[in-house]
Design a protein around this ligand. Sequence first.
Ligand code: SAM
Length: 329
Amino acid sequence: MTHILFLTLIWYYIIKKRLHLKNIDKIPHIPVLLNEVIYAFNDISSGQVVDCTLGYSGHSSQILKEHSSIELVGIDRDIEALEFSKKRLYQFQDRVTFIHGKFSDKLNDINLSSTVAILADFGVSSLQLDKENRGFKFDSDILDMRMDQSANLDAKDIVNGYSEDDLIRIFKEYGETKEHKRVTKAICSYRKNHKITSSKELSNIIINNSYKKGKIHPATLYFQAIRIEVNSELIEIIKLLDILETKRPKGLIVALITFHSLEDRLVKRRFREWSKSCSCPTGIMKCICGNNNNLGKEVNRKPIIATKEEIKINPRSRSAKLRVFKFKN
Ligand SMILES: C[S@@+](CC[C@H](N)C(=O)[O-])C[C@H]1O[C@@H](n2cnc3c(N)ncnc32)[C@H](O)[C@@H]1O
């Protein structure tokens, strides 16, 4: 009798697991530089790993597979991504904690003392970019661009509510656009008569007022700027670097993936600062600081980029740059 009960329980467990796997929709995002991230975390054996941008757990599922003794904390501000990952990581559920919110907030609540590795794969996921109702696409009927759909500020608020000066500032700083004055004037004059409610409308205004021809869609950099502002993307990176600097446990490995120069510049500069051994003022004849003030070292001086093969399979990886830093023991 106990035999049958035991077999039924095992059966039940297998079926339940299968059903969960079946319930996963098609995986909507291919992780970039996956092998390179796994290689960066090669030396970890146990402890906690924090994935600050869990997304569809492409990186995290592989990390959990490779390291059977680690516990993973997965943070994402996108509830849709988090729900997907809960299903995808079902088989590892005893070792995973899911947290909804911004990593800049949530990392302050997490005890990092046993954390051995931190990963952040910045930017938007393919699903966020491709799904019509998220309003990131140039031809979408919606103008939204929030990673967290419960956040207050969306792209519509910015495009219709920001002053002309503030629009110019974000286009210049976050898009490094060349024709922002003309484009902003056009947006401001259009919105006097009609509220801009769709990405389609916005990209048409931009197209009609951009004269310089390039390889990319004329609205690309304007959309990038608005997206960065909606989601405070660069501020989030600065806050993450500040948290790492102050809360870092000994020996922590940090792997950060960026997708454009504004993001990479922030990471590169901070990693360089952390690597500096000498803190003497410049111009001093002889070092008096002990020349041992570095917080750790950059594992690779140059960023790691995708191979031709990876770019062929996943064109999104073309602009990805991975930088890895190892804090001192
Ligand atoms: C490029 S995707 C990550 C993909 C993931 N590595 C994978 O393999 O599936 C970036 C994810 O990070 C999330 N994200 C971006 N900035 C965030 C932040 N400041 N706090 C929390 N999540 C963030 C986005 O919602 C998105 O799901």
